[in-house]
Ligand binder design. Structure first.
Ligand SMILES: NC(=O)c1ccc[n+]([C@@H]2O[C@H](COP(=O)([O-])OP(=O)(O)OC[C@H]3O[C@@H](n4cnc5c(N)ncnc54)[C@H](O)[C@@H]3O)[C@@H](O)[C@H]2O)c1
Ligand SMILES: CC(C)[C@H](C(=O)O)[C@@H](O)C(=O)O
Ligand SMILES: [Mg+2]
Length: 364
C-alpha cells in the first residue's frame, strides 16, 4: 500500500523526536512492505521565522493532500510575546484542529508492567498499574467558543472566553468514548463540572442519552476537581475518561505524569472520515530542547497511532508498540524517567530510537 504523510516537526524538541519516529517508521515500512511518501512542512515558530505566519498556506494545502499529519510540537519563549492569535499554538495548532474538524482526541496512558517504579505514585497504588484512555473533545468548548477577547483599559480592562457546546458536538464525542470502551473494560467516566457550568449540565444529559445505546458499558459521572484527586488515589479503576476540551487537556497531562513522564504519552486527533493529526500530548519542552535528551517515545507511539487509525496498518502499529514496551521494560530510559540513586543510566534520544529500531528488526 502507498500513503502520503505530511510531517510537521515544529519547534523545540519536535524535530529531535521526529527524526527518531521517522527511523522507526522506516523500519516498519520495510518489514510490512509499506510505501509512505513524507512531505515536510514548516509549522509554528519555525514557520513564523521562515514565512511570517505560524500556519502558511503551503503547509495547510500539503496537509489537505495527505492521508495523515504527523505533528511534533510548537511554541517556545521566542514567540511568546507575539499577539496571542499569532502565536504558534493559537495560530497553527488550533486552526489545524478546527480546519480538519479533528474533534476526537485519544490519549492513551498506560503504566507499563515492570515500570511501576517510574510513577510518582505511592508504591501500593502504582503496583496495581493502570490503563486509561482519555477521550477528549477537541474542536469545541472554551477553546473555540465565541466571543473571545480583551477590551477596555486600566482598571476596567477585562478579558473573556466563551464555553459553548452543542448537543451534536457532545453526542459524537460521547459515542466515540462508548465505542472505545466496548473493546476495553466497558467503563466510561464522564468528567464535568455540572454543579457549576451550564455546558456541563447539557454534557451530562447528552452523555446519559448516548449511554442508553450502550447497555454493555457502565457509565459514571465525576466532577473535574474530584477526578484529578481520584486519579492519584485509584487510577486503576478508570478505563475511558470522557472529557470536554479544557478538562481533557488537564486530565491528560496528569495521566501522562502518572506513567512517569510527559514524553511517553501519544495522541491521535481524528475526524469522522478517519483523517488525523498525530502528536505527543506534551509540548516543545524548551528546557531540554537541543540537548539530544528528549524522550522520543510519545512521538514514536503517535506514529503507531497514525498507522492504526488513518493508514489502517494495525500489524505495523502493534509491532512499534511492542518494541517500545520491550525497550522500556529492558531499562532503556531517557533521563527524565530516572530517579536519583537508580541503577539506570540515561539514554539519549537517538539511543532510544536505535534500540526500538533494533527490536523492530529482530521481531517476527
Ligand atoms: N502540541 C503542542 O505543540 C504543545 C503541547 C503542549 C505545550 N505546547 C507548547 O510547548 C511550550 C512548552 O510548554 P510546557 O513547558 O508547558 O509543556 P511541555 O510539555 O513542553 O513541558 C513540560 C515538562 O515536560 C517535559 N517534557 C515534555 N516532553 C518531554 C519529552 N519528550 N521528554 C522529556 N521531557 C519532556 C519538559 O521538559 C518539561 O519539563 C509552550 O510554548 C506550550 O504552549 C505545545
Ligand atoms: C498547546 C496547546 C494549545 C494544546 C492544548 O491545550 O490543546 C496542548 O496543551 C495539548 O494538550 O495538545
Ligand atoms: Mg495540553
Amino acid at each position: 500500500m502507498s500513503y502520503r504523510v505530511a510531517v510537521l516537526a515544529g519547534d523545540g524538541i519536535g524535530p529531535e523526536v521526529m527524526t527518531q519516529a521517522r527511523r522507526v517508521l522506516q523500519a516498519v515500512e520495510q518489514k510490512f512492505n509499506l510505501v509512505i511518501d513524507y512531505q515536510e512542512y514548516d509549522v509554528g515558530g519555525i514557520a513564523i521565522d521562515n514565512h511570517g505566519t505560524p500556519l502558511p498556506n503551503s503547509t495547510l494545502r500539503g496537509c489537505e493532500q495527505s492521508d495523515a499529519i504527523l505533528f511534533g510540537s510548537v511554541g517556545g519563549p521566542k514567540w511568546e510575546n507575539l499577539p496571542p492569535e499569532q502565536q504558534p499554538e493559537r495560530g497553527a495548532l488550533l486552526p489545524l484542529r478546527g480546519h480538519f474538524e479533528l474533534f476526537c482526541n485519544l490519549r492513551p496512558a498506560t503504566l507499563h508492567p515492570g515500570l511501576e517504579a517510574l510513577s510518582p505514585l505511592r508504591a501500593d497504588i502504582s503496583e496495581k498499574g493502570f490503563d486509561i484512555l482519555v477521550v477528549r473533545e477537541l474542536t469545541g468548548g472554551i477553546y473555540f467558543g465565541k466571543p473571545k477577547g480583551r477590551e477596555g483599559s486600566g482598571d476596567q480592562e477585562f478579558a473573556y472566553d466563551t464555553m459553548r457546546y452543542s448537543r451534536s458536538e457532545i453526542e459524537r464525542i460521547a459515542r466515540n468514548a462508548f465505542i472505545a470502551a466496548q473493546s476495553r473494560r466497558q467503563k466510561v467516566t464522564s468528567v464535568d463540572k455540572a454543579n457549576v457550568l451550564a455546558c456541563s449540565v447539557l454534557w451530562r444529559e447528552v452523555v446519559e442519552q448516548v449511554a442508553a445505546e450502550f447497555s454493555d458499558v457502565e457509565l459514571e459521572h465525576i466532577y473535574i476537581d474530584n477526578a484529578t484527586m481520584q486519579l492519584l488515589k485509584r487510577p486503576n479503576e478508570f478505563d475511558v475518561m470522557l472529557c470536554s476540551n479544557l478538562f481533557g487537556d488537564i486530565i491528560s497531562d496528569e495521566c501522562a505524569m502518572l506513567t512517569g513522564s510527559m514524553g511517553l504519552l501519544p495522541s491521535a486527533s481524528t475526524n469522522s472520515k478517519g483523517f488525523g493529526l498525530y502528536e505527543p500530548a506534551g509540548g516543545s519542552a524548551p528546557d531540554i530542547a537541543g540537548k539530544g535528551v528528549a524522550n522520543p517515545v510519545a512521538q514514536i507511539l503517535s506514529a503507531a497511532m497514525m498507522l492504526r487509525y488513518s493508514l489502517n496498518q494495525n500489524a505495523a502499529a502493534q509491532c512499534i508498540e511492542e518494541a517500545v514496551a520491550k525497550a522500556l521494560s529492558n531499562g532503556y530510559l531517557t533521563g527524565e524517567l530516572i530517579s536519583p540513586g537508580s541503577e539506570h543510566t540515561a539514554k539519549t534520544t537517538k539511543q532510544m530510537g536505535d534500540i526500538i529500531v533494533q527490536y523492530i528488526n529482530e521481531s517476527n
